[in-house]
Write a protein that binds this ligand. Sequence first.
Ligand SMILES: CC(C)(COP(=O)(O)OP(=O)(O)OC[C@H]1O[C@@H](n2cnc3c(N)ncnc32)[C@H](O)[C@@H]1OP(=O)(O)O)[C@@H](O)C(=O)NCCC(=O)NCCS
Length: 157
Amino acid sequence: MADFTIRPMDRQDHPAAARIMAGSDPWLTLGIDEARALATMEAQGIPGVVATLDNGTMLGFIRYEPKGFIGYAAYIRTVAVAPQARGKRVGETLMNHVESLVFEQAPLLFLFCSTFNVRGQAFYERLGYERVGTVDAMLVPQHGEVLLVKRRKVAAP
Ligand SMILES: CC(C)(COP(=O)(O)OP(=O)(O)OC[C@H]1O[C@@H](n2cnc3c(N)ncnc32)[C@H](O)[C@@H]1OP(=O)(O)O)[C@@H](O)C(=O)NCCC(=O)NCCS
């Protein structure tokens, strides 16, 4: 994998981010197409980070709410890496970056991962996320969402 850079996401990044989501699971199974992904991003107004090549090509992104979970904990909305860039630690680097940002303000970071997304769950567990439980039929009737959490490390005394 060529070198990539992590930078804040801005509105001009939304179309490329929506394209990464469209045509790929879990969004296919959840019925979220490019237009809906784009409309949701435009409406949300939350921060994000993107990984790009030097030529500007987006490899992946994360969108998150710094204190959006019960006004106290951080919440990751979306994590997506382009199919051709997966398995090369782009996702891990993006997650580490977001964690370093949100743990300055929030003690907990939550996210949901679909029950059918077994590789996604393995990705989060490898990064130290604990399973809290499953909300059945959360986004679609046939599938649930697994709630995962990571805690800010407490400095040793
Ligand atoms: C899950 C995802 C964000 C991980 O990013 P990544 O850059 O591919 O992951 P990394 O290279 O940092 O880590 C690789 C690990 O991710 C997991 N993984 C999940 N889906 C994967 C895929 N399609 N290809 C490769 N690894 C995948 C595996 O556990 C893998 O670990 P392994 O190499 O020991 O098998 C990315 O693969 C992706 O966008 N997948 C589709 C969308 C998705 O599932 N999003 C998250 C849930 S909302």
